[in-house]
Design a protein around this ligand. Structure first.
Ligand code: MOS
Length: 739
C-alpha cells in the first residue's frame, strides 16, 4: 500500500447518485419499442396435473396477443435434463410450462401476453383451468420421520468423531434441546422481472433481475438450444436479492420464450405475491445434545438438522459443521437430513446453512452456560478452537478472540448480572445475550479486464453483478489502487454477460474472486506499460525489472528512488492510446489452511413485561474478515445483515395452510420484515486481521457474516430478560407470553 492508498478509506458508493436520482434502470424499467407484456398465471393446487386450460375468453380480450401453456409452448429442453445452472442443487430442475404436472402451489402454468400489462393481467383472470388434483404433503412436522440423508451433492456435512453418545451419557453437565425455524422468503425491494429485447435477427438481449448474468445466459442457451453469442443478459443494477436471484427464476425463460415465439420484445414481471412461489429458506428442526465437564469444556456435541426440500431437487447447505470449526470437542455426531414436500425447492438465502445451523448451536451453547453456571462468553473462550476439526486444518487467520474482546468491551458485557430476569428499565425487562458467528471465506475463479487510456483513465470490467453490497465501488477502488491512478479516473462496467466471465454475485465471495482477477489484469497492463516505457530513447527505467518499480499517482517509479516516467509518457513512447488486458484468478485449492470469517455479536433487548413487545435496543458486532477495503460499505453490509438477523429472530415467517398446501403468507402485509422502528443502536467493529495466505489482497469478503449469529444473540438476550427459553423462530409476542 502506498501512502496515498485508496484502500481502507470509507469511500462513498460511486453508483449512489445514479441510484438515488433514478438514473439507474432496473430489469423491468427498460422501455423498448413494440414492447409486449406478459402476466403469469400460477397454480391454485399443490399437486396433480392440468386437465385443461380453456383460453378462449382470454384470447377474446382486445389487445391480447397470445397465451402460452404447456400444450402450445415452443420447444424447450426437458426438465429431467441436467442443465447448466451454476447454482442448481442435485435433481431435476423445474422448467416452467414444460408439461401438465403440478409440483407446487404458485407454480407458473400459463403466460398471457398482451399490448398492455393491465390487459394481460385482466385476461389472465379469464383462463378456465381444470385440475386433476392429487393428495399433497406440505406438513414438515408430520414428515420428519421420513427424513433421509442425501449425499449426492457434496453438500452434506454429516460427520462423526469419537463417541458422542457415551460422552453425553457420562457428562456431568448437559443440555438437550430442539430448535425450529419457519420458512422465510427473501423479499428484496426490486421485484422479479425480465425485459427480453428481440433484436430482429434472432438474437435476444434480456434485462433480468438476477445475481448472475453469465449463469442466466448459459441457462437460456441450454433450455432453448441457442448459442451463447445469440444471447446477452444484462443486470447492471439489482435492487437486492438475498440469494433469490442466484438461480435463473422463471420470469427469464418465460420472457425469452414469448419473445422468440412472437418475434417481438416481451417483458414479464412477477407480482409480490408470485414471488412467494420462488425459492425460500427452508424451515428446519434441529436437535442438539451438548455434554460438558463442570468447567464448561465440551465433551460431546451432537447436532441433527432436518431441512425441507422439494420432490424434484435436494437442496441443502452446510448446516451442522460449524460447531467443529468454533469449538474444540473430541466426541461429535453431526447429521444433516432432508424431508421431501410438495413445495418448490428452497434456495439460498442470506448465509444459507450457516445462519440456520449457528442459530441452534449458539442458543444451545447459551443453555449450556446456564447449566454449567459459566458466563456465556467465558464458555466460548474455554472451548475456543484453533483448528477446523472437520478438515483438521489450522486457520489461515482467525481473530475471533479479538472479536469477543472488543465487542464485549464496547457493549459493557462485564456489567451484566448473569441471573435471568434480574435487569429492568422501568416497566421493561432488560436482557443481554451474545453469540459467535462464522462464515466461509470463499473464492471462485473469475476474470476481469483493465483498460488504461493515455489520458490516465482506467476502465475495469467483469461480468459479475452488484446486488447492493457496493461492488462497483470496490472494483473502482481496487483498480485505482492497483494500477496507480486516482479514483476519479476509474469507470466500472459489470452486470453484462458479454464482459469477462465471472460467477454469480453471492456467498460473500465477489471481492476476493473478482478483486483477485482485477489485480491480475492491472498487473498485466503494468507489465506492458513498463515495457513501452523502457523503449523510449534514454529511458530512466532502462534495465529495471518489474519488481524494481512501483506504479502510483499515474507514474512508474524506481523503488530505489529517483527515476520515474508518467503513464502518459510511457504510452506516448510506445505510440499507444490504450493498453487493454484481461486476466483470470483462481483460488488456491491446495491450501493447507481453512478459510473463514468470524464475528462476535452482543445484543440487548427490552421487553414490555405486560405486553411482551420485544425491542432490540442495542447490537454490537465485531467482525474479523481479513483486510477491509472500504469500512463504509463493508460496515453497511454488516449493518444490513444485522437488520436481517433481527427479522430472522423476531419477524420473518411464511406460514403454510396445509389444507391447500399453500403459503398463506404471501404479501408484505403478512410477511413482516424489520422497519425503522424495529432498528435501534447498531455498532459494527472491524477487527484487524492480516491474512497473507488466503489471496494476495488479503481479502475475505463481508456480508453474510453479519447475519450469522445475530438471531442467536437476540434469542439469548430474550432468555436473559425473561427467563423463558423460546426455541422456535421467529420469537413473536405470543411465544414470549406463553413460554
Ligand atoms: Mo447469497 S444467499 O449467496 O446471495
Amino acid at each position: 500500500m502506498t501512502a496515498t492508498s485508496i484502500l481502507g478509506k470509507p469511500t462513498s458508493r460511486i453508483d449512489g447518485r445514479a441510484k438515488v436520482t433514478g438514473a439507474a434502470k432496473y430489469a423491468a424499467e427498460h422501455n423498448v419499442p413494440e414492447l409486449a407484456h406478459g402476466f403469469v398465471v400460477t397454480s391454485a393446487i399443490a399437486k396433480g396435473r392440468i386437465a385443461q386450460i380453456d383460453m378462449a375468453d382470454a384470447l377474446a380480450v382486445d389487445g391480447v396477443i397470445a397465451v402460452f401453456t404447456h400444450s402450445n409452448r415452443p420447444k424447450m429442453a426437458a426438465s429431467h435434463e441436467k442443465y447448466s445452472d451454476d447454482v442448481a442443487p442435485a435433481g431435476k430442475p423445474f422448467r416452467p410450462l414444460y408439461d401438465d404436472r403440478i409440483c407446487f402451489s404458485f407454480q407458473p402454468i400459463a403466460l398471457v401476453v398482451a399490448e398492455e400489462p393491465e390487459i394481460a393481467r385482466f385476461a389472465a383472470s379469464l383462463l378456465h383451468i381444470d385440475y386433476e388434483q392429487e393428495p399433497h404433503e406440505t406438513d414438515f412436522e408430520k414428515q420428519r420421520d421420513h427424513a433421509f440423508v442425501f449425499k449426492g451433492d457434496g453438500e452434506n456435512h454429516s460427520h462423526k468423531r469419537g463417541k458422542a453418545d457415551k460422552a453425553f451419557a457420562d457428562a456431568p453437565v448437559k443440555v438437550a434441546a430442539e430448535y425450529r425455524m419457519e420458512v422465510e422468503h427473501h423479499n428484496p425491494m426490486e421485484m422479479f422481472g425480465a425485459t427480453a429485447v428481440w433484436e430482429g435477427d434472432g438474437r435476444i438481449t434480456v434485462h433480468d433481475k438476477t445475481q448472475g448474468p453469465v449463469n442466466c445466459r448459459d441457462y437460456l442457451a441450454n433450455v432453448f438450444g441457442m448459442k451463447a453469442d445469440e444471447l446477452r443478459v444484462l443486470n447492471p443494477y439489482v435492487g437486492g436479492a438475498f440469494g433469490s436471484g442466484l438461480r435463473p427464476q422463471y420470469e427469464l425463460p418465460l420472457a425469452v420464450l414469448a419473445a422468440r415465439a412472437l418475434k417481438r420484445s416481451v417483458r414479464v414481471t412477477l407480482t409480490r405475491q408470485q414471488m412467494f412461489g420462488l425459492g425460500y429458506r427452508a424451515g428446519n428442526i434441529q436437535s442438539l445434545k451438548l455434554g460438558a465437564e463442570r468447567d464448561g469444556r465440551l465433551t460431546s456435541f451432537a447436532h441433527e438438522f432436518i431441512g425441507m426440500t422439494s420432490q424434484f431437487e435436494a437442496f441443502q447447505r452446510t448446516c451442522v459443521a460449524w460447531s467443529s470449526q468454533l469449538y474444540k470437542c473430541a466426541n461429535t455426531d453431526l447429521v444433516q437430513k432432508l424431508v421431501r414436500l410438495d413445495q418448490n425447492s428452497p434456495c439460498d438465502m442470506r448465509a444459507p446453512g450457516g445462519c440456520e445451523g449457528v442459530y441452534a448451536i449458539e442458543c444451545a451453547m447459551d443453555e449450556l452456560s446456564y447449566a454449567a453456571n459459566i458466563d456465556p462468553l467465558e464458555l466460548r473462550l474455554v472451548n475456543y478452537s484453533d483448528r477446523d476439526q472437520m478438515e483438521d486444518k489450522p486457520y489461515s487467520s482467525k481473530e475471533l478472540r479479538e472479536c469477543y474482546r472488543q465487542a464485549a468491551e464496547r457493549f459493557g458485557w462485564s456489567k451484566r448480572n448473569p441471573r435471568p430476569r434480574s435487569m429492568k428499565d422501568g416497566h421493561e425487562l432488560v436482557g443481554w445475550g451474545m453469540a459467535s458467528g462464522i462464515w466461509e471465506a470463499m473464492q471462485l475463479e473469475a476474470s476481469a479486464r483493465a483498460v488504461l487510456g493515455a489520458n490516465g483513465s482506467l476502465e475495469i470490467a467483469s461480468a459479475t453483478a452488484d446486488i447492493g453490497p457496493g461492488t462497483y465501488t470496490m472494483m473502482a477502488q481496487l483498480g485505482a489502487e492497483l494500477m496507480g491512478v486516482p479514483l476519479d479516473n476509474v469507470t466500472v462496467k459489470l452486470g453484462d454477460s458479454d464482459l469477462p466471465q465471472a460467477p454469480v454475485e453471492g456467498g460473500s465471495f465477489t471481492t476476493a474472486s473478482v478483486g483477485s482477477a482485477i489485480a491480475a489484469a492491472c498487473r498485466a497492463v503494468q507489465k506492458d506499460l513498463l515495457r513501452v516505457a523502457q523503449k523510449a530513447a534514454g529511458s530512466p527505467l532502462k534495465g529495471a525489472k518489474f519488481a524494481d518499480v512501483e506504479f502510483a499517482d499515474g507514474r512508474i517509479r524506481r523503488k530505489d528512488g529517483g527515476a520515474e516516467v508518467s503513464f502518459a509518457d510511457a504510452m506516448r513512447a510506445g505510440k499507444l492510446d490504450r493498453i487493454e488486458k484481461e486476466a483470470s484468478a483462481a483460488p488456491n485449492d491446495k491450501s493447507k489452511f481453512a478459510h473463514y470469517t468470524h464475528s462476535a455479536i452482543f445484543a440487548e433487548v427490552k421487553i414490555d413485561e405486560e405486553l411482551g413487545v420485544i425491542r432490540v435496543t442495542r447490537v454490537v458486532n465485531a467482525v474479523a474478515a481479513g483486510r477491509i477495503l472500504n469500512p463504509k460499505i463493508a460496515g453497511s453490509q454488516i449493518l444490513g445483515a444485522i437488520v436481517g438477523g433481527i427479522g430472522m429472530a423476531l419477524h420473518e415467517e411464511t406460514l403454510t395452510d396445509h389444507r391447500f398446501g399453500r403459503f398463506m403468507v404471501h404479501n408484505l402485509a403478512d410477511y413482516h420484515v424489520p422497519v425503522n422502528a424495529d432498528v435501534h443502536g447498531i455498532e459494527v467493529i472491524f477487527v484487524d486481521e492480516q491474512d497473507d495466505e488466503i489471496n494476495p489482497l488479503g481479502v475475505k469478503g463481508v456480508g453474510e457474516i453479519g447475519i450469522v449469529g445475530t438471531a442467536a444473540a437476540i434469542a439469548n438476550a430474550i432468555y436473559h430478560a425473561t427467563g423463558k427459553r423460546v426455541r422456535d423462530l421467529p420469537i413473536t409476542i405470543d411465544k414470549v407470553m406463553r413460554a
